[in-house]
Design a protein around this ligand. Structure first.
Ligand code: R5P
Length: 294
C-alpha cells in the first residue's frame, strides 16, 4: 500500500506514514489563474493499493473534493489496483435527507461522483449520521475519534468529568466518552428551525451542579449549539465546562462566542487543522490502514 498525501491533509498524511510505515507519494498541486485545480502524483503507484488522505473541511471544501476526485483518477490511470479515500471530515454529510420539499440529498450525489472518479472505498471519521454510509455504492466506514478526545481530557486531569451531549442524537458520543472518563453522561434536547437554522435547547433532570462537564459533539460549525449548552450548564451550576468535538469548523467568531459563554477550552482533531486541533487522528487512521494491509 501507498499513501497519497492530499493537499488539504499533508501533515496528517506524513504522521500516518510515519506511524504505519506505509510509504508516502507526494502530490504537486496548484490553482490555475482561472481558479481551476491541478494535481499530479510525484511517485509510482502501479500495482499498488493506495489510500488518499484528504480532508474536505472549509475553507474551499468544494475544491478539496475535486482534488480528491482528480487524485483518484490520477492513481487509477497510473495503475493503482484500488483507491481508498481517507476523508477525515466529509463535507456535505449533514445534507443526508430531504428536509424541505425541493431539496436533494447532497451527500448521496457526492458519493456517486466519488465512485465515478475511481474511488473504491471511503474511510471517514465520526460522520454526522452513520446510516448515510449504507446508501453509498462502495464500501464506506466511519471511525470514531471520541476515545482519543476523551483520553485528552483524562490526561489533563479530568477523569470522572460528566460527558454531555448537546442533543439526543449525540448521546452515543457522550457514552463513548463516558467509557473512557468513567463519570456520568447525559444529553440536552435540541430542535432546529429548518428555514432559519435557529435552535432551541432544553434540559430535563440534568444533575451537573458543582461538576466538571465536557460537552461533546461531532461538529462545531457556528458554535450556536455549544453556546446554548454552556448557558444551560452555567444556569445549572456546573463548576467547569470544556468542549471536545471531532470536527471543529468554528466558522466566523464561533471560538470567541463559545469561550465568552464560559467554556474553558475547546479541542478538536486534525480533521480540521487549526489552533483547536489538539488531537491527531494519525493513530486511528494508521492502525486502520495497517489492519487493511494484512
Ligand atoms: C448537528 O446535529 C451536529 O451534531 C452539530 O451539533 C451541529 O452541526 C453544530 O452546529 P452549530 O455549531 O452551527 O450549532
Amino acid at each position: 500500500m501507498k499513501i497519497i498525501s492530499g493537499p488539504a491533509s499533508t501533515a496528517l498524511a506524513e504522521a500516518v506514514s510515519a506511524q504505519s510505515g506505509i510509504p508516502i507519494v507526494p502530490v504537486v498541486s496548484k490553482i490555475f489563474p482561472d481558479g481551476e485545480s491541478y494535481v499530479r502524483l510525484e511517485g509510482e503507484v502501479a500495482g499498488e493499493k493506495v489510500a488518499i488522505i484528504q480532508t474536505t473541511c472549509p475553507p474551499a471544501q468544494d475544491g478539496r473534493l475535486l482534488q480528491l476526485a482528480f487524485l483518484a483518477d490520477c492513481a487509477k490511470r497510473a495503475g493503482a489496483t484500488s483507491v481508498s479515500a481517507v476523508v477525515p471530515y466529509l463535507a456535505y454529510a449533514r445534507q443526508d435527507k430531504i428536509f424541505l420539499t425541493g431539496e436533494g440529498i447532497s451527500i448521496e450525489t457526492l458519493a456517486r461522483m466519488l465512485k465515478a472518479s475511481g474511488i473504491d472505498e471511503l474511510l471517514t471519521v465520526n460522520i454526522h449520521s452513520e446510516p448515510t454510509l449504507a446508501q453509498f455504492a462502495f464500501r464506506a466506514k466511519s471511525l470514531s475519534a471520541i476515545g482519543l478526545i476523551a483520553d485528552y481530557f483524562v490526561k489533563k486531569g479530568h477523569k470522572h468529568a460528566y460527558a454531555l451531549a448537546p442533543d439526543k442524537g449525540a448521546m452515543y458520543i457522550a457514552q463513548q466518552a463516558q467509557a473512557v472518563l468513567g463519570g456520568d453522561a447525559g444529553h440536552l434536547s435540541k430542535t432546529r428551525d429548518r428555514h432559519t437554522g435557529q435552535t432551541v435547547q432544553t434540559a430535563e433532570g440534568l444533575k451537573v451542579a458543582g461538576q466538571t462537564v465536557i460537552i461533546l459533539d461531532d461538529i462545531i460549525s457556528t458554535g450556536g449549539t455549544i453556546v446554548g449548552a454552556a448557558k444551560i450548564l452555567k444556569e445549572q451550576g456546573a463548576a467547569h465546562i470544556f468542549c471536545g468535538c471531532v470536527h471543529g469548523l468554528l466558522i466566523g467568531d464561533a471560538q470567541k462566542r463559545i469561550l465568552d459563554a464560559g467554556v474553558e477550552e475547546i479541542i478538536g482533531t486534525d480533521s480540521v487543522p487549526g489552533a483547536t486541533s489538539k488531537v491527531s487522528l494519525a493513530p486511528l487512521i494508521s492502525q486502520t490502514l495497517k489492519d487493511a494491509v494484512v
